[in-house]
Design a protein around this ligand. Structure first.
Ligand code: G3P
Ligand code: CA
Length: 245
């Protein structure tokens, strides 16, 4: 079900739309995620933060300044306040909550959820996330391989919290350094890391999720190294490179 795109050369890496089809449309908007699915992305990536009223919303930065018409810190604002801002195009219906994004999960589409501010809220984000996934029947997949949801973090503490709350959920330990982490089912090196150190994937001995891969030469590098998941702002172009079209 989740083998990535198949062609006559075999199974290809899964293409994960980073913040949606975010090279084309405003990141973390419903429109950007719907476009990614129309472009046949295998997966969707989002970042989640807690609001003042304890909801999980899909916003990358600590503040709303870069991606909305307003200013302020996400965690000091309620969903109602965030909804009043403009995010992306005129049709965009307010801030994107994780609950709304979960509606796009369907057979063959995997959602990669990255938890932000892991320290400040001492695990509240991961606890809320697992509770929400449980309400949607997504916290106990049949197997990690078949799980429609994967949880990611740069914090090993956050990964361990997810494993404690929901041991059946697969996790990606994102890494910015040379270190191969001990936590996580998958390793998540940046493309810069793989360019400098192509042996990283083989050494890690675990499937890799590489971010953020927009250049065709980098897509081919990931493919040649056997990277399992490729996160990109350009899902359509990435699929073209992988399919050799
Ligand atoms: O997919 C992982 C990647 O998104 C990590 O970096 O800053 O874009 O969240 P960032
Ligand atoms: Ca992210």
């Amino acid at each position: 079900q989740f083998n990535g795109t198949c062609d006559d050369r075999g199974v290809l890496p899964e293409v994960v739309a980073h913040r949606g089809a975010s090279a084309d449309l405003a990141e973390h908007t419903l429109a950007a995620y719907e476009l990614a699915l129309a472009q046949q992305a295998d997966g969707l990536e989002c970042d989640v933060r807690l609001t003042k009223d304890g909801q999980l919303v899909c916003v990358h930065d600590r503040t709303v300044d870069r991606t909305s018409s307003g200013t302020g810190i996400v965690s000091t604002m309620t969903v109602a306040e965030l909804d009043k801002l403009r995010w992306g195009g005129a049709d965009e219906p307010g801030v994107l909550t994780l609950e709304k994004l979960l509606e796009l999960v369907r057979p063959g589409v995997r959602l990669f959820i990255e938890t932000k501010h892991p320290v400040r809220y001492g695990g509240l984000v991961e606890a809320k996330l697992v509770a929400l996934l449980a309400r949607h029947g997504l916290a106990r997949p049949k197997s990690k391989e078949e799980s429609p949801v994967v949880v990611m973090s740069f914090s090993s503490r956050a990964i361990r919290r997810i494993q404690r709350h929901a041991p059946e959920l697969p996790t990606v330990m994102l890494v910015g350094s040379r270190v191969t982490p001990s936590a996580g089912d998958y390793v998540g090196p940046s493309i810069e890391r793989l360019r400098e150190d192509p042996e990283y994937v083989a050494r890690a001995g675990r499937p890799a999720y590489c971010w953020t891969v927009d250049d065709p030469a980098d897509v081919r590098l990931c493919q040649s190294l056997g990277v399992r998941f490729i996160a990109t702002n350009k899902p359509a172009a990435t699929l073209e490179v992988l399919r050799g079209t």
